[in-house]
Design a binder for this molecule. Structure first.
Ligand code: ATP
Ligand code: MG
Length: 339
């Protein structure tokens, strides 16, 4: 007997070109209907690249028509269209949605997200910050929040601090709850952080992404009509290669890249104020030129940034006048221009 699982199993063998993940995991299969030996599949393909869309569609047709028990097959594409034109059912009251991502872990995505959010709030915008790193949420720590959000009816009220509305799975998990997420669970958890939270009207929402270019990133890019993505990289070559992967992932799903931020870019000695380029300098700038994306800013490697992160007071809040904070504030101004 033909079952949905059976069909999914077979569709999982189709890898989305350029992304390296299968189309089931990526949430491209919108529905599967089986009636006797007739199968009808709906695909949610948002790329504007018609070649790519056709190749996925053809691969699905070929795979399923060769499946035992399938006599009649219909493959439909839902009206996805381009990412930019996609109307997301999530967060309709948010004017501008931007992801802060990186190919590699530990490069400073959360640090950038937090300081950017606070800097934008200081510039008068209504800002939300959604901790999408459901594997290792760090927003509660970086904002120094240990409480839990309250409910209003069946909606969660975001916690507000330093002028930013916040939500993180970290507020809801206990320290020892296991965070073992599989594809569909990742999707559900993220959907809930978007739809079951009383965000209200916002000018901008920042998504602090988990590291890498995996399911969660693609889930967000697919289900939220992101208006832009910011890639964080450190100057080392390895991080840079991963940053390039990140840029390519967003370009594949038609999310505009606002630019790359070089974090831990250089070091200023606190005693003699001399600048040291600890890693090779200029690598990120050159890569930006090559990829034709903006270099949004350079953030120094700075002990105050690290300490304020651990203390739960973002550096732009704690010492708004120092050069490190100014670097974040300048980036926030550039982001604001896009809204
Ligand atoms: N410019 C900086 N100067 C000094 N320390 C920094 C800087 N940027 C980030 N850090 C520190 O590096 C560590 C990792 O940063 P952060 O958590 O922001 O990275 P991440 O990319 O979000 O990591 P993950 O991939 O685990 O989510 C933190 O302890 C943070 O305080
Ligand atoms: Mg992080």
């Amino acid at each position: 007997m033909l079952t949905k699982e059976h069909i999914e199993e077979s569709l999982k063998e189709i890898i989305y070109p350029g992304v390296g993940k299968d189309i089931v995991t990526l949430g491209i299969i919108k529905s599967i209907d089986i009636s006797g030996d007739s199968v009808s599949v709906e695909l949610d393909l948002r790329s504007t690249d018609s070649k790519l869309v056709n190749s996925v569609e053809n691969a699905v047709k070929e795979k399923l028509s060769n499946l035992e028990g399938v006599n009649s097959l219909s493959v439909r594409k839902s009206a996805g269209g381009s990412q930019a034109g996609a109307t997301s059912t999530y967060l309709p009251q948010v004017k501008y949605k931007v992801a802060v991502a990186s190919g590699k872990g530990g490069v400073g995505k959360s640090t950038v997200s937090v300081n950017l959010a606070v800097a934008l709030a200081k510039q008068g915008l209504k800002v939300g910050l959604l901790d999408s790193d459901i594997y290792g949420p760090s927003i509660p720590l970086m904002f120094g929040i240990s409480g839990r959000p309250e409910f209003d009816g069946n909606k969660l009220i975001p916690i507000e601090k330093y002028g930013v509305k916040l939500m993180s799975l970290g507020f809801l998990l206990t320290d020892d709850s296991p965070v073992i997420w599989r594809g569909p669970l990742v999707m559900r958890a993220l959907q809930q952080l978007m739809s079951d939270v009383e965000w209200g009207d916002l000018d901008i929402m920042i998504f602090d992404m988990p590291p890498g270019t995996g399911d969660a990133q693609l889930t967000i890019s697919q289900s939220v009509a992101l208006d832009g993505a910011i890639i964080v990289s450190t100057p080392q070559d390895v991080a840079l290669l991963d940053a390039v992967k990140g840029v390519q992932m967003f370009q594949k799903v038609n999310v505009p890249i606002l630019g790359i931020i070089e974090n831990m870019s250089y070091f200023i000695c606190q005693h003699c104020q001399e600048r040291t380029d600890i890693f090779s300098s200029d690598g990120v700038r050159k890569e930006c030129d090559r990829l034709k994306v903006d270099l949004l800013g350079e953030i120094p490697l700075d002990v105050e940034i690290r300490i304020s992160g651990d203390e739960g007071i973002p550096v732009v809040e704690k010492v708004p006048d120092n050069n490190q904070s100014k670097a974040f504030i300048e980036i926030a101004k550039k982001v604001k221009e896009n809204i």
